[in-house]
Ligand binder design. Structure first.
Ligand SMILES: [Zn+2]
Length: 166
């Protein structure tokens, strides 16, 4: 191998892995920023980010006291976001007054929550949580209004309302 060919071969040995790692870096950024990407924090980071009440609800499946949420009175157009990761969970078009003391919705934004049966009470209930950060939000019951017949009973303390800009 002459000197020129050696230099070309050496450059290729260096350049190919660099290119590959640059591609990998771009992929991981896409996962972190994309709407379908998971959002994960350490327990210390969650405690830092959330109030004590929000932590108890999102991370320990706690429940706020009925009639304590300011969002019960919220009637403007907009979206309701998870305070854990800011994913939009509900739109104002699906909000209704369930008279239960918790903000209630008859539908959820597609893909925004996952559900699981829970047996904390004697009767099984369906727990639901944010599909992005896994934070617990409330329970879904089948005594809601048409067209779904569902009632997503959500803790207001873990929702952030974003009014539609007019
Ligand atoms: Zn979330």
């Amino acid at each position: 191998m002459n000197r020129r060919n050696f230099m070309i071969a050496a450059a290729a040995v260096v350049a190919v892995p660099m290119l590959a790692s640059r591609l990998r870096a771009r992929e991981s950024v896409a996962v972190a920023e994309g709407s379908g990407g998971k959002f994960a924090l350490s327990d210390a980071e969650w405690r830092d980010k959330l109030s004590a009440l929000q932590y108890r609800i999102l991370r320990e499946e706690g429940t706020e006291r009925a009639w304590t949420s300011d969002l019960l009175k919220e009637k403007r157009e907009g979206t309701y976001h998870c305070v854990g990761c800011d994913q939009a969970l509900f739109t104002s078009e699906t909000k209704y007054d369930s008279r239960t003391g918790w903000p209630s919705f008859f539908d959820v934004i597609d893909g925004a929550v996952g559900t699981r049966r829970d047996f904390k009470l004697v009767l099984p209930r369906t727990e639901y949580h944010c599909s992005r950060c896994g934070g617990h939000h409330g329970h879904v019951f089948n005594d809601g209004p048409k067209p779904t017949g569902l009632r997503y009973c959500n803790n207001g303390a873990v929702l952030r309302f974003a009014p539609t800009a007019d």
